[in-house]
Design a protein. Structure first.
Length: 618
């Protein structure tokens, strides 16, 4: 097995794996760098075993500068803690403290006789930082007498100077255009001086219980105002709560990434917070105890203090400086998770049906039907679309309802079983000539590959997903349940399957099996030998995608979508509820022979059929 050179370093209060870009395999998918395969650095010693922290789950990828004006390029990658994700939406000032020394050790930059200065371009933001550190005798020396809070022992100081960091992520120092904003009734200041940060008074947020949920709601809304879009699943913006200093500093802080408490505070996060507090009228500015002119501002955090020096003329930040230390922990070879060999069968590479989009010319009536009659829960809007979810779905939504001139089906989403499985299925789709291409994921999901089945229905594949976090009113008592039972209408449990009409069912069923890895569980074969219907599934469920022949000879049409209930009695109750609400029932309680499932099909205001079905043997 071929290994990859890696140096594990502590930079500031963070810990991460440092790689040369040229050492990383060039054939990995760009959304899943090989660096992520090397696992997360171990947590700090005072943390519980195997409990990973964002500050120790980091990667630095360093390369020789491609342009004049700086020495090296530095790409920062934040590894997910609870989910196997990799994000490049931010940079890290703490890991930056080790980039210069790493560049010298790898021969990218020659060492000076006593001190070395390395100009670093931060690829995530495009800004420039200058790192200066000791190299006595032309060698990096990590030993010294400088102590920084949150790190045991001492080390040689690393001076980090930042210029041009204003708006490096959001485009301006004040992304919302205001020094102070009202977000959900809470006063905040949103600033980007190298790191997008939402600053709020600690007393305004309150404490536990429910603090994490309040912070998450705040940053999601603030992210939209800051031009970051939907930040659910992203680590930016950071949220920093400020209060009056208690230990001789200038301001007390508590930072969250995105809702986990930071054991200290990030370098650029501290720079952005201090910048915010220096603005007239900013939230928390009245709490800042300014030091004498020329002295750095000491930011108190849970592990101690961080000194930040900022040259600020009242409207522009000209320069900011922070002192950090760094230490090499090991230098050697790591071995990536081996690539799985190409499978002769694509079985299990699609995990399950994710969600489906319906078009409706009657958006208000359709929304009322799905919420009040079937019992789905609204979970956000986007333009003409409303996201709805069933109570037992772990993802953001089960149904996307979109206003349109005519009724019909939009995209049907399938979740892959892994990032690697996604890439393999994409390759198979492109080989068949049915791929459309990569698109930005819908709300709640990551990068998405759009494709069509042989009949022309639009489908999409994705891997990254956002796990649903219910508000307090919908929080379940059982931890293995995504949402409390709503007790409204039929109360359907989950999206069960999508039944398409197709010019020919068999070629589409064969496509699902050969390319996506499904299996046929039921089919209808006429006396003539023609297969007029096929039911396919991907996992332990009767079916996910169904194709039946369209007697009109058309293509790309929908027959119905189906939602699962808990019991057979729920089907009878669904029929009663439909009658009480004037909903036309197309077929009463029916049962399929092989899967022993009961169902009831009705027509919703979108002029498409919606079916309620029991689980197998239900």
């Amino acid at each position: 097995m071929t290994g990859v050179r890696c140096m594990l370093m502590r930079g500031g209060t963070s810990k991460g794996a440092y790689f040369l870009a040229e050492d990383l395999p060039a054939d990995r998918p760009p959304r899943r760098p090989a660096a992520a395969d090397h696992g997360h650095p171990r947590p700090a010693p005072d943390r519980r075993p195997r409990r990973r922290q964002p500050v120790t789950s980091k990667v630095a990828v360093v390369s020789k500068a491609a342009d004049a004006g700086h020495d090296v390029d530095y790409l920062f990658l934040q590894l997910g803690v609870e989910e196997p994700t990799v994000s490049d939406r931010q940079t890290c000032g703490n890991l930056l403290a080790g980039v210069g020394q790493f560049a010298v050790e790898r021969g990218l930059v020659p060492a000076g006789p006593e001190r070395t200065t390395v100009r670093v371009r931060l690829l995530n933001t495009g800004s420039i930082a200058v790192a200066t550190f000791a190299t006595p005798g032309g060698e990096v020396d990590y030993r010294g007498g400088t102590a920084i809070s949150g790190v045991p022992g001492t080390g040689r100081p690393v001076e980090l100077d930042f210029t041009g960091t204003e708006g490096s992520v959001c485009g301006s120092l004040l992304p919302t255009g205001h020094v102070r904003d009202d977000v959900g009734g809470l006063e905040v200041s949103c600033v980007d001086n190298g790191m997008p940060v939402v600053v709020a008074r600690a007393e305004d947020l309150g404490g536990e219980p429910g603090l994490a949920e309040r912070i998450d709601a705040l940053r999601i809304e603030a992210g939209k105002l800051m031009g970051l879009g939907d930040v659910r699943g992203s680590s930016v913006p950071k949220t920093t709560l400020v209060s009056a200093p208690r230990h001789g500093g200038a301001i007390a802080t508590r930072t969250f990434i995105p809702v986990k408490p930071h054991p200290s505070i990030g370098v650029l996060g501290a720079v952005s917070v201090v910048t915010a507090l220096l603005l007239d009228g900013a939230v928390g500015a009245e709490l800042l105890r300014k030091p004498p002119a020329g002295e750095p501002i000491e930011v108190e955090h849970p592990s101690g203090k961080l000194a930040v020096a900022i040259e600020f003329d009242g409207s522009r930040v000209r320069r900011s400086t922070v002192i950090r230390t760094a230490r090499k922990l090991f230098d050697g070879t790591v071995f990536p998770v081996p690539e799985e060999p190409a499978l002769s069968s694509p079985r299990h590479e699609v995990a399950h049906l994710g969600h489906v989009e319906l078009f409706t010319p009657e958006p208000e009536r359709s929304l009322d039907f799905f919420v009040r009659v079937l019992g789905l829960t609204e979970n956000g809007t986007d333009g003409d679309s409303v996201y709805l979810r069933t109570w037992d779905d772990y993802e953001h939504h089960s149904l996307k309802l979109t206003a349109a001139k005519t009724s019909g089906v939009g995209r049907t989403a399938l979740r892959a079983s892994s990032e690697e499985a996604l890439q393999r299925r994409v390759a198979a789709l492109e080989e068949r000539g049915l791929g459309v291409g990569w698109v930005d994921g819908d709300t709640g999901i990551g990068p998405t590959y759009l494709f069509r089945d042989p009949d022309g229905h639009e489908l999409e594949l994705y891997w990254e997903t956002e796990r649903y976090r219910p508000p307090e009113s919908l929080r379940p008592a059982l931890k293995n349940q995504a949402q409390a039972y709503p007790g409204r209408g039929v109360g359907v449990r989950r999206l069960d399957h999508v039944n398409y009409l197709a010019r020919e069912a068999e070629p589409n069923g064969r496509f699902v099996c050969d390319v996506l890895g499904g299996r046929v569980t039921e089919q209808i074969r006429l006396d003539s030998g023609v297969i007029s219907g096929q039911w396919t599934h991907f996992a332990q469920k009767s079916y996910d995608l169904v194709y039946t022949n369209d007697r009109t000879g058309s293509h790309g049409r929908l027959h119905h979508i189906a939602f699962a209930t808990d019991t057979r009695e729920d089907i009878l109750r669904a029929a009663d509820i439909a009658l009480d609400n004037g909903v036309h029932i197309e077929t009463g309680r029916t049962s399929t022979r092989s899967s022993r499932r009961s169902s009831c099909t009705s027509t919703n205001p979108a002029a498409t059929a919606s079916s309620c079905a029991t689980p197998p043997d239900g």
